[in-house]
Design a protein around this ligand. Structure first.
Ligand SMILES: Nc1ncnc2c1ncn2[C@@H]1O[C@H](COP(=O)(O)OP(=O)(O)O)[C@@H](O)[C@H]1O
Ligand SMILES: [Mg+2]
Length: 378
């Protein structure tokens, strides 16, 4: 690690956020705080409240919070005192966070904020402006990875196999419903999947088996975003792989998501309603090899950095593989797919955090090599 002498790495964790994945983010932040080696890191919690305001806590020395509630910092209650199981007291003193003061207080930041305003490049942009190294994907790859339509365009350009799709704007749908549905029936047929381009967590996604259901699905998706995606349905197994690195990439083992419900929706994902993860996935060698290869190509096509989980559909009957999506800030509790895939590949949860922090510092340093003023060259 880039520790100078005995100096610890001052790690900021940004969590919470203005999205439906707020609670998941809290759980992730808690897991990371508990996993990092206190001899190597000093953690500062940075909480983004549901309304979007930021609250920075005091650096956590001593006992770590062991209850999610301790992480809900509030500017109105300047000191939250949390009695821990051991009877020791933890004071998480909070104050309104000034982003630009962060680069004096933190060496590196781990933004564990999912969904819109989290993994869509907005937080990444703030961290670029503040000139702080941060874990994960940069602005462009985050933004492209968040927009299913744009992501598919990049995959197509890179020649990656994917399901047939139609991208459209809400305004097109509102102006000519029948034209839009005619086009979808002609190009894709039924069943098809309708998705808002920008949500994640299966929010606003519906399967349509006929024109009536298609109309409903488009109406629902159009409530969430102005950009919509409709895809052909594939009867397939859902396989996922982790990618770790900046330019030299490591892939994890392949895992499978086995959803008891018709598709892997929000309930299944976060309430664990009958969803099983199978790690490693029981698939032929050529399938996992192809997945690793395509995952790296997708990561590079987006100019990824740090981490991504790349999701696939595998039509077993026809042995056809399709890339579904790249998640640039995948679920990251110790029981989430991404960390478990790397655990199975021999990289423990705390090692994974170490590697990600290191990659963040390296990428920031590499960027620092860029000449900003051409006159410097003369
Ligand atoms: N084209 C498709 N064919 C079959 N199932 C699909 C298709 N697209 C999505 N699904 C199902 O819906 C789930 C959520 O879709 P996905 O595009 O991964 O959205 P999210 O970004 O919310 O994870 C998938 O995990 C899968 O179960
Ligand atoms: Mg998905």
């Amino acid at each position: 690690m880039t520790q100078m002498g005995n100096q610890k790495i001052r790690l900021g964790i940004i969590y919470g956020g203005k999205s439906s994945e707020h609670e998941v983010s809290l759980r992730t932040a808690m897991s990371i705080m508990q996993a990092v080696d206190a001899n190597k890191y000093e953690v500062t919690p940075v909480y983004v409240q549901l309304d979007g305001s930021w609250v920075t806590g005091e650096r956590l020395t001593g006992q770590l919070p062991d209850k999610i509630e301790a992480l809900r910092l509030s500017a109105k209650t300047p000191a939250i005192t949390e009695a821990t199981e051991t009877g020791q007291e933890l004071a998480v003193t909070s104050k309104s966070g000034s982003l630009f003061a962060m680069n004096e207080q933190m060496d590196v930041v781990f933004p564990v904020v999912h969904g819109p305003f989290g993994e869509d490049g907005t937080i990444q942009g703030l961290l670029e402006l503040a000139n702080i190294p941060y874990v994960g994907t940069g602005v462009m790859a985050s933004a492209v990875g968040m927009d299913k339509w744009m992501m598919k365009t990049v995959f197509a350009q890179a020649g990656l196999p994917q399901v047939k799709y139609v991208g459209l704007l809400r305004s097109q749908w509102e102006k000519g419903q029948d034209d839009v549905m005619d086009r979808i029936e002609r190009d894709l047929g039924y069943p098809c999947f309708v998705k808002p381009a920008n949500m994640g967590s299966s929010v606003g996604i519906n399967k349509a088996k006929n024109r009536e259901e298609l109309k409903h699905a488009l109406e629902v998706a159009a409530k969430f975003d102005r950009r919509l995606i409709v895809e052909e349905f594939v009867q397939a197994r859902e396989l996922e792989i982790g990618v770790l690195g900046n330019e030299e990439l490591m892939t994890s083992v392949v895992g499978e998501v086995i959803a008891a419900k018709e598709f892997y929706d929000y309930e299944a994902k976060y309430k664990g309603a009958g969803t099983e993860l199978s790690i490693p996935a029981i698939v032929p060698g050529h399938v996992s090899e192809q997945i690793a290869e395509i995952a790296k190509q997708a990561f590079q096509a987006l100019d990824g950095s740090g981490l991504s989980r790349v999701d696939f559909f595998w039509d077993e009957k026809n042995d056809k593989l399709y890339i579904n999506e790249v998640n640039t800030m995948p679920g990251f509790t110790p029981f989430s797919m991404y960390p478990m895939l790397f655990q199975a590949a021999g990289v423990s949860y705390s090692e994974l955090i170490d590697r990600l922090v290191q990659l963040a510092i390296e990428r920031h340093a590499d960027k620092g090599r860029n000449v900003v003023d051409a006159e410097e060259l003369e």
